[in-house]
Design a protein around this ligand. Structure first.
Ligand code: G4P
Length: 533
């Protein structure tokens, strides 16, 4: 591990020691298990099993709803802070289900690095690939953890080749596995010339470390059977010849991914990965806004990347998750809510320490704080010490599925308006009010979201609702001069709706509709994304 907390000496040590990252993976690769082990080694929990719901059951639909009901789990999973040695880790959760890709995208705007977890037997899977693409768009550094090495897995070179070819990123081994499946005994730590031996008997015990003088050290033979040792020496020699060496700059620019091999369930390789995050996951990075916001700036600035409602069933509160981009935040500070042009006293900010919410007395650039509020804060909002700053790069995507939403009880239609407005502000769905006719059209990215919404509206507002197909399949935001947009809207009333910010939206049935507008209405343009400001 490097001695300096980061390679930017100008950063105050409290900022330099922060590492804010997310885990990306395909369901079942071991994200939950790894998270739990992080918390265990970070001292945030005492015992494995506190965070985790039971595997398969947790992923079934009914359980997913249960999880939404039991906001406790999602609270702790949204953002977690814990110390690791001299470092403060902020782990931001990416929703696992592919239906929540938009939410995931926004989560990745709040982190400085991603840990990609893959299953050693399965390699790169579809969901990992999608999430990886998003990281790539943002040039996020990616550290890879190849999990489940205690089971039959693919050849190490095959795994590395697959990542390099499939994801077009260079890979460099930080550790090398010794043996396979039942014969797997541990890893050779290529960065520190150490042998790490896995303890199969006690899953929560940290591996035994044997310090060595390199691969030729005679002590190797005391721990590794002869045939595995010969193989290891040959593999490592080949890897050193064929694969790029670890270059911190390439890692931090997102061109090179170091890979660690391990077994999360056996607590094996996890500590080395954490040391890797400390050493190579970068310190809080400058954030994109109208100007670049550097973390060491004295004044506090931050942006909302996620809003979660009804986290505490007793209070109708919402928590806005804010990534601090700069400065040193103190509880009670008055910050400017830039969009609303209002001062906001932040008196009860929340820091998420494992399973508990705790009041955040202070926080630094890189940290994620939760700010309970009554709906004033929306995704994309900036909080500053006065500057009228706008952060950029937090997009809203056009929904891929549209359905009409109707209240089961017409007497309660007003509640529906309120519920849908809330979900729109949370970023859980797009809500459109058609210019023609009544009711609402709700847009989402994945089918499951309709079910989750229906269940939440019933649960949180006591209102059964129905989602029904409409003639429309997609939506585009309309931009152009005010007059041109008004003229366009008047001439296409059956297709026009307004989103929850009051912006004009064109509802489409076919690509043909979009082509027609491009041809007949040169003064307006249709876009599939909109910046959430
Ligand atoms: P996810 O969050 O990425 O979906 O994965 P999760 O951690 O839930 O792990 C998925 C399954 O893989 C779990 O088994 C978990 O115990 C297992 N697993 C995680 N790490 C390892 C590992 O290093 N080696 C092996 N062999 N298995 C691992 P499950 O049967 O679905 O759940 P459970 O019954 O164990 O709770």
């Amino acid at each position: 591990m490097q001695d300096a907390l980061s390679n930017r000496p100008e950063l105050p040590p409290e900022i330099a020691r922060r590492r804010t990252f997310a885990i990306i993976s395909h369901p079942d690769a071991g994200k939950t298990t790894l998270t739990e082990k992080f918390l265990l080694f970070g001292g945030a929990i005492q015992m494995a099993g506190q965070v985790r719901a039971k595997g398969e059951a947790r992923r079934t639909r009914s359980d997913f709803m249960q999880m939404e009901k039991d906001r406790g789990i999602s609270v702790s999973a949204s953002a977690m802070s814990f110390d690791f040695g001299r470092y403060r880790f902020n782990l931001v959760d990416t929703p696992g289900h592919s239906d929540f890709s938009e939410d995931t995208y926004r989560t990745l705007t709040a982190v400085d690095a991603a840990i990609m977890v893959i299953d050693g037997a399965k390699g790169v899977e579809s969901q990992t690939r999608k999430l990886f693409e998003v990281c790539r768009l943002r040039d996020l550094p990616i550290l890879t953890f190849c999990n489940k090495m205690d089971r039959e897995s693919r050849e190490t070179f095959d795994i590395i080749d697959e990542i390099q070819e499939n994801l077009a990123i260079d890979v460099t081994p930080a550790s090398w596995p010794i043996g396979q499946g039942a014969e797997f005994i541990g890893c050779y730590d290529l960065l520190r010339n150490r042998l790490e031996l896995m303890d199969r008997a006690d899953r929560n015990r940290v591996a035994e470390t044997v310090v060595l003088e390199g691969l030729d050290d005679p002590k190797m033979a005391e721990h590794i059977p002869a045939h595995l040792l010969a193989q290891l020496r040959e593999d490592v020699e080949m890897a050193r010849e064929l694969l790029p060496p670890l270059d911190v700059k390439s890692v931090q620019e997102g061109h090179l991914s170091p890979i660690w091999f391990g077994s999360a369930i056996n607590s094996f390789g996890v500590k080395e990965l954490m040391e890797g995050i400390a050493a190579y996951g970068p310190e809080p990075q400058p954030q994109r806004a109208e100007r670049v916001v550097a973390p060491e700036e004295e004044k506090v600035a931050g942006f909302v990347f996620k809003v979660q409602a009804n986290m505490d069933p007793k209070h109708r509160d919402r928590v806005a998750f804010v990534r601090l981009a700069s400065g040193h935040f103190m509880r009670g500070m008055k910050l400017t809510h830039v969009r609303a042009k209002k001062q906001m006293a932040v008196t009860n900010p929340v820091l998420f320490l494992a399973a508990d919410r705790e009041l955040a007395e202070e926080a630094w650039a890189g940290d994620i704080i939760g700010i309970p509020n009554h709906g004033q804060l929306r995704i994309g909002d900036a909080l500053t010490e006065g500057e009228a700053l706008r952060f950029t790069g937090i997009p809203s995507f056009a929904p891929e599925l549209l359905q009409a939403c109707r209240a089961g009880d017409p007497m309660k239609a007003k509640h529906l308006d309120k519920a849908l407005t809330q979900f729109a502000e949370e970023g859980a769905a797009k809500v459109f009010k058609p210019a023609f006719g009544s009711g609402f059209i709700v847009g989402v990215v994945g089918q499951l979201q309709f079910e989750v919404l229906a269940s939440r509206i019933e649960l949180e507002y006591g209102l059964p609702v129905r989602f029904e197909p409409t003639q429309f399949t997609s939506a585009r935001w309309v931009s152009g001069g005010k007059e041109a947009v008004e003229k366009f809207a008047a001439a296409n009333r059956q297709h026009i709706a307004h989103d929850s910010d009051g912006d004009v939206v064109f509802l489409t049935r076919l690509q043909w509709d979009i082509d027609r507008v491009a041809r007949d209405w040169p003064d307006v343009s249709l876009t599939a994304t909109k910046e959430m400001m």
